[in-house]
Design a protein around this ligand. Structure first.
Ligand code: BES
Ligand code: MN
Ligand code: ZN
Length: 520
């Protein structure tokens, strides 16, 4: 999509040569300054054909006195970015299927700024997205190819900046969404590794390293590997780097859960709706998507992306309830439920993250059904004992309209993870399930500032609009951009947060693999 800015206001709107003119209006300002358009608006309201309210649109074919052959009026609740975004989505929905519409021009009765322009791009991308990769019969991408934003000349620079930012973020969201939608037989751990390599080939600021089973064994990631035991697909551990900052600047590390299909393993999930567990790599997709956005936006910051990726399958070689494994940290884990596998792959990635001496580590995971029960599909769950980091993430979420809600992480919740046979169990029962999952992860994050995002509810939708959402790429990208802009106020490593010496068994010999033949 080609996004432009053009200085045009008032009377000039009726002279715009575009295939469709979209006008966003608020109840406080139902005029544009163009006589022809304002007369039309007044008529539509007085004849009760349209109300200037959020969600209400009016499509007018060949509007009198207007050069554009199509006009869409779209009501916004107010002049806020959020309301504007919703109104743009509605307006675009009116024209996106009309094959005569290639060029759309858009104006707003209220003053719009950079953030409005950014939101507009993301809204357009979202409503025009069509999943096609395994559905050849899907409607062809619409003919819409060009969008011109019309506003006062002095808003030009801000709007152009917003359009550019929006395109970077939208590209990242689109990648995460597409990866989420890909079925498990297409989007395998090997495929995700190839996607990481593709990003590094395409964008010079991104480097990718993809570790295979032998390398993962060498690292001693016994917890991660225990999840792959039942699967014929070989695991991968992906390390991405974006070097936008100085060499000495501590990086932010993003860790994404990459379960390309979660059957539950021996603790098999019920059949109904199990297909949705192809989205269990949503955390991984959001890390890849955020790197895609970074490649475009080039903020001055260093970012590392870590993605442990594998399948969770039942089989004769699968891990069994009661099995005890040794994590890379040396801490042992009694696997009481093989369906709580996300934390088992993340904990080793979190230990691996220590080597980067990070400013902060954020993991992103479709971790628990309990988080969906708690927060539904609106907010991602945010878990962190670090107020500064949590506040920065919450703010970024609000700014990006990709919100998170903070959840508690009091130590008391951790009692549920006690085990008689290992340093901890991997589940703590049904009650407070999203919190005990976060507490489990916290046992591997003592060396740095850390936050966990449970995106089980926000990364995908079920029902008629079933599919990936590309969340929380918007939140993460906004957070990283803000950190890059914050300069001296950016989040810094907490030097006194030294790694707690774990049991003397720490960093034992690499995990033994089950004696079965597998691909490398
Ligand atoms: N991938 C699931 C979590 C999930 C559930 C994501 C629903 C999206 C929608 C995760 O691996 C899982 O199975 N968690 C278990 C944990 C339980 C066994 C403690 C769950 O939530 O039931
Ligand atoms: Mn599971
Ligand atoms: Zn899972």
């Amino acid at each position: 999509m080609d996004y432009r800015f053009s200085a045009a206001q008032g009377a000039a709107l009726s002279q715009i040569a575009a295939d469709a003119l979209l006008v966003v209006l608020t109840a406080d300002k139902t005029t544009t300054g163009s006589e022809a358009i304002d007369k039309l608006i007044k008529d539509a309201i007085s004849s009760k054909d349209w109300e200037c309210k959020a969600g209400k649109t009016l499509y007018v074919h060949r509007p009198v006195g207007v050069k554009a052959p199509r006009l869409v009026l779209s009501g916004a609740a107010d002049g806020s970015v959020k309301a504007f975004r919703a109104a743009v989505s509605k307006a675009v929905a009116e024209v996106k299927a009309r094959s005569g519409v290639q060029h759309v021009a858009l104006a707003c009765s209220e003053v719009i700024e950079s953030a409005h322009a950014q939101a507009l791009v993301q809204a357009l991308d979202e409503v025009t997205y069509v999943y096609r990769q395994t559905k050849p019969s899907a409607p062809k991408p619409g003919s819409l190819a060009k969008v011109t934003v019309l506003a006062a000349a002095d808003q030009g620079a801000a709007i152009k900046a917003g359009l550019a930012a929006g395109q970077g973020v939208a590209a990242g969201i689109a990648l995460a969404r597409e990866l989420g939608n890909l079925p498990g037989n297409h989007c395998t751990p090997t495929f995700l590794g190839q996607e990481a390599r593709r990003l590094s080939r395409e964008f010079k600021h991104i480097k990718a390293e993809v570790l295979d089973r032998a390398a993962i064994e060498k690292l001693g990631m016994g917890s991660f590997l225990s999840v792959t035991n039942g699967s014929a697909q070989p695991p991968r551990f992906i390390v991405l780097r974006y070097d936008g900052g100085t060499k000495t600047q501590a990086p932010i590390v993003l860790v994404g859960k990459g379960i390309t299909f979660d059957t539950g393993g021996i603790s098999l999930k019920p059949g109904a709706g199990m297909d949705e567990m192809k989205y269990d790599m949503g955390g991984a997709a959001s890390v890849l998507g955020t790197f895609r956005a970074l490649a475009d936006l080039k903020p001055k910051i260093n970012v590392i992306g870590l993605v442990p990726t594998c399948e969770n399958m039942p089989s004769g070689t699968a891990t069994k309830p009661g099995d005890v494994v040794t994590s890379m940290s040396g801490q042992t884990i009694e696997i009481l439920n093989t369906d709580a596998e996300g934390r088992l792959i993340l904990c080793d990635a979190l230990t691996y993250a220590e080597r980067f001496k990070p400013a902060a580590v954020i993991d992103i995971a479709t971790l628990t059904g309990a988080c969906v029960v708690a927060l539904g599909h609106v907010h991602s769950g945010l878990f962190s004992a670090d107020d500064e980091l949590a506040d920065a993430l919450l703010l970024a979420g609000r700014q990006a309209m990709d919100t998170a809600w903070r959840m508690p992480v009091d130590e008391e919740y951790g009692d549920a993870l006690k085990s008689n046979f290992a340093d901890m169990g991997n589940v703590g029962g049904r009650d407070g399930g999203a919190i005990t999952a976060a507490i489990f992860l916290s046992k591997f994050t003592k060396a740095y500032r850390w936050a966990h995002l449970d995106i089980a509810g926000s990364a995908w939708k079920s029902g008629a609009a079933k599919g990936g959402t590309g969340r929380p790429v918007g939140l993460l990208t906004q957070f990283l951009l803000s950190q890059a802009d914050a300069g001296a106020a950016a989040i810094k490593p907490v030097s006194d947060k030294k790694a707690k010496p774990v049991a003397t068994s720490a960093r034992r010999a690499p995990a033994k693999r089950a004696p079965v033949k597998r691909q490398a």
